[in-house]
Design a protein around this ligand. Structure first.
Ligand SMILES: [Fe+2]
Ligand SMILES: [Fe+2]
Length: 193
């Protein structure tokens, strides 16, 4: 018997119930946008990729000290398929979970989660404050500057790119493009010129 797939609407309802913070919601939309972009590019089921992006940090606001574990519990209570739960939990591999990313979807999520933060911070220092103006080289320029977006662990992104077998430039480019598709929702559309 085929398990019922969660819908985007169900994912959004859970996200909004568990995440009141605007910045956490925007992070979820950013990760969703990038997952959709790369999922589509790789011939995956875009909806599934996007939904997992939306809920990957579901528990972070209310259960930061049980990050990943609680997401698993909440999704299980709501009857979500194990495939979705595994994927969400694997983004915290080595930090808050011991589930290593194995599928293509899981490796992409692991690789781009932190990267969305670096791209967002790079957008915010542009005069336009727009992700539409961010280029791969602007993000690369900030790679070694540890004080810039200090919370973003570059080594995780590098490990993720390695697991996927893609170069950093391509990963950054895809992340920028995915975030551009949801620029409005993540508050990085900037001012119209
Ligand atoms: Fe997380
Ligand atoms: Fe995240």
């Amino acid at each position: 018997m085929e398990e019922k797939k969660p819908t985007r609407q169900e994912a959004l309802e859970l996200l909004h119930r568990y995440n009141e913070s605007d910045s956490l919601r925007k992070h979820a939309y950013a990760v969703e946008g990038v997952m959709r972009f790369i999922g589509r590019k790789r011939g995956g089921d875009e909806e599934t990729w996007g939904i997992i992006g939306l809920i990957h940090d579901l528990d972070y606001e209310k259960f930061a000290d049980q990050h990943c574990q609680k997401t698993g519990e909440i999704l299980r209570e709501h009857g979500w398929p194990e495939e979705y739960i595994r994927a969400a939990v694997s983004h915290g591999w080595g930090i808050c979970s011991d589930v290593a990313p194995e599928t293509e979807l899981e490796k992409v999520l692991y690789a781009i989660d932190e990267l969305t933060g670096l791209v967002a911070t790079t957008a915010l220092i542009r005069p336009s404050k727009s992700v539409m103006d961010v280029q791969v080289k602007s993000v690369k320029n900030k790679w070694k500057d540890k004080r810039f977006a200090a919370g973003v662990d570059r080594s995780i992104i590098e490990k993720g790119a390695q697991m996927l077998g893609v170069g950093l430039d391509e990963l950054i480019d895809d992340t920028i493009k995915g975030m551009q598709e949801v620029a409005e929702a993540i508050g990085l559309k900037g001012n119209p010129s």
